[in-house]
Design a protein around this ligand. Structure first.
Ligand code: NDP
Ligand code: PYC
Length: 338
């Protein structure tokens, strides 16, 4: 017997909107958050879909987030946009600043958006995919909380620090990847804990620095970076680029600022946008063909491109106008309603 229930796509949006508005988020924030939760659930990205409503509610209960905050957008340079989320969730600030980032990248060739003072819970691929839908290359990075040990270390210093990249394709959906620089995202470990399943080896150490496959012990101890010292170095880069570079918090500072609260981390985010038209000297079509030959060589070997699974899930769920989530998850989300 299946332990899943089927929700219509409208049900997913309505459920998210009602949980958020009944838990202190304004209609505008709830709509911005729901767009991303819905996009993730539609693409079967379970760790950052409806499951993240718990984190949104937890963040509100922690008392630090402003569910009605209005972002302030400034443009300190011809290719720089700053969006101060003013202690709101990042996504409203992102939505308001995105058109300015796109405009600047199109006119300047490259541009950066720094989002400051935001609570951040979401997947990054929707943000970079949005840039590629406008013909731009996008890169996004955020720190989180100091849950991840650096390679060779024994305690959490780095965040789970996702890195997302998106490349526009002329005739196809963008090539996009988005992953934590830890072996597993924190959300994935939380899903293993909910399901009572052991983690694979090599994902975490316990509080005594010993390898563990117990999700609870992993959350008390430290997670490990992917690719050993290579993932560790990328994660440090993300701390610097989305922290001190934009005058915002590192994962160490963010976990200290949370003061024991378990909701979404509070910090900044950096998003870079590049204009292939200008950088290729107007030769987008020729270079799109070259990129397509690269993708074809990968696929010809039986390998798959990142984002292929997501696009397939999206097409399937849109076709059915429905998707499945675990019945227990649905019951637990209903309990979040007032
Ligand atoms: P995964 O380890 O699941 O990796 C995801 C990426 O790798 C996707 O682009 C995926 O494509 C691609 N991929 C997976 N398997 C393959 C394969 N066999 N061949 C080619 N590509 C593959 O992601 P994580 O668990 O590390 O991260 C999940 C989400 O968590 C991300 O969206 C991230 O932004 C989010 N996150 C957010 C944080 C925050 O602070 N806000 C912190 C950490 C993570 P596909 O999707 O098509 O499978
Ligand atoms: O899954 O690592 C994670 C995460 C941190 C903040 C939001 N998601």
């Amino acid at each position: 017997m299946s332990n899943n229930i089927t929700l219509s796509l409208d049900d997913v949006k309505t459920l998210s909107l009602s949980v958020l508005t009944q838990n202190g988020y304004s209609e505008t924030h709830a709509a911005a958050i729901t767009d991303v939760i819905y996009a993730c659930q539609l693409d079967d990205c379970h760790s950052h879909g409806l499951f993240r409503l718990f984190m949104c509610v937890d963040t509100m209960q922690g008392g630090q987030v402003d569910g009605h905050a209005l972002p302030t957008i400034t443009e300190p340079g011809p290719s720089v946009v700053k969006a101060d989320a003013n202690k709101g969730i990042s996504l409203l600030a992102l939505n308001e600043a995105m058109p300015r980032l796109v405009e600047k990248a199109k006119t300047q060739g490259m541009a950066a958006l720094a989002i400051n003072n935001c609570f951040h819970f979401s997947a990054l691929w929707p943000e970079v995919e949005m840039l590629s839908q406008q013909g731009l290359v996008g890169i996004a990075m955020v720190p989180s909380h100091a849950w991840v040990a650096p390679a060779g270390g024994t305690r959490g210093t780095l965040g789970t620090n996702p890195l997302a990249f998106s490349w526009p394709r002329l005739e196809k959906d963008p090539f996009t990847f988005d992953f934590a620089t830890s072996q597993f995202a924190r959300g994935e470990i939380e899903l293993y804990r909910r399901a009572g399943k052991p983690l694979p080896e090599g994902v975490a150490i316990d509080k005594n620095g010993k390898p563990t496959t117990d999700p609870e012990a992993a959350m008390e101890g430290a997670m490990l970076t992917f690719g050993g010292y290579k993932g560790s170095a990328l994660s440090i880069m993300i701390e610097l680029m989305a922290g001190p570079l934009i005058d915002d918090l590192t994962s160490l500072e963010s976990i200290a600022a949370a003061d024991g609260n378990t909701g979404a981390p509070y910090h900044g985010e950096i998003i870079l946008a590049m204009n292939p038209e200008m950088l290729s000297g107007g030769k987008v079509a020729q270079n799109d063909e070259r990129a397509e030959r690269l993708f074809a060589d990968i696929i010809d070997q039986g390998a798959r491109l990142p984002s292929q699974r997501r696009y397939q899930a999206r097409a399937r769920n849109l076709e059915r106008n429905a998707l499945e989530i675990p019945a227990q998850l649905y019951q637990d989300i209903l309990k979040l309603k007032g």
